[in-house]
Design a protein around this ligand. Sequence first.
Ligand SMILES: Cc1ncc(COP(=O)(O)O)c(C=O)c1O
Length: 458
Amino acid sequence: MSASRENPPLEKSFIPRYRQIALQLRQGMMSGELAVGARLPSSRTLAQELGVSRDTIENAYGELVAQGWLERRGQSGTFVSHTPPGVRSRATTSPLSAHQQPQPFQMGLPALDAFPRALWGRLLGRRQRSQTGFDLAIPEPGGELSLRQAIAEYLRYSRNIDCSAEHIFITAGYAQALRLLLGVLATPQQGIWLEDPGYPLVRPILAEAGLRFCPVPVDSDGMDIAFGRKHFPDARFALVTPAHQSPLGVALSADRRRQLLEWAARCGSWIIEDDYDSEFRYHARPLPPVKSLDGPQRVIYAGTFSKSLFPALRTAWLVVPPALATAFQQAISRFPCTVPTLIQQTIGDFIHGGHFFRHLKKMRQLYGLRHENVTQALAEQGFRVAPQSGGIQLVIEVDEDDVLLAQKANRAGLAVQALTTWCSREPARRGLLLCFTNVASLSEARRLAKRLRDAISL
Ligand SMILES: Cc1ncc(COP(=O)(O)O)c(C=O)c1O
């Protein structure tokens, strides 16, 4: 326990030892270091670790059980109680728990209530029990083979992308995927086309690599490729979200996909296709990914499990053209995959077992419904929702200062974002961005839409 290392030696205090230990544990629970539901070490183990008698630990645990902080579950052990006194009110104000607790409309989250956690837990347990000593050794820097094979299978059936495991590199999230990619291909001062508006979290990573930003406007057909070719013909990269542009949700038209590939082939540039939430479309058939049309082999495809499973997995991947595979394999030791082997294997099992496809199908239906509910509730409150082709977020068009409106909404506990802050050029487009996936019913949608209306009318 870290608390025991940070506190003064027990012998120097006049407070009885068992009480000091109880206080340290309580502090850990209040700060969130010991999470609700966490299992405490057995009294024998903790006694050994702290160099005290087992009775001392039993007394400390006993006091905390009596106060409601801990609960004993027979032979299973002692756990942090689900309702520790006072924790809830404190926890909601700490930055850690604000980060952990999703807020209404929070961007980028899949439906956390709909993930099959029991099934996931079973697969995780089964995989852990069947691991051999070999699985505990140094992992493959480019990611577990079984997961890379599963991703290749999924991409072939679901996205019409023909690739094999040796062209796939697993990374701990999209940012890490970009770092790997730029580590192999980028040199400072090269230009990169960026969608305007576009996902702001990539900017620091691109800046780290010394790239020159080339903002390219987005209209109802996605990134304006003709603009990019005219103003930044010599850029080395184009970073695009063709399925559902982030954040506007429009699709890159078929014609522009062709133009983009033509430009990249002619100029020897690289297209980075960020396909982060392409699984979620509700009406028309989606356009094929740029990667599936990649005759000239200029596309590096980036996928993630953050939306299709859940973000805490921190697992993403790249598919690189065969001609780049060796360069990536050589670079991977500098950017090794840090996703634990057990997690990678379990995701692989989830896909191989057919659960991934079933889950995506269920989520498409659920999100279709939740999307309709939120759009309807917002319209009832007089909001204009921009048309889009799919994805998990919405844009409300506004004429007023969207930063101010977002601040008012945030003060009312609604995690909407201002579109202006996703823009590079003036005049910035105005709008409010929100995610609808965790709004469970029409009545909840109506409550939230009214709360948003009331908050911004103040
Ligand atoms: C546009 C876009 N690309 C990629 C990602 C995936 O990032 P990660 O895999 O790090 O969760 C996100 C996540 O929100 C996103 O919004």
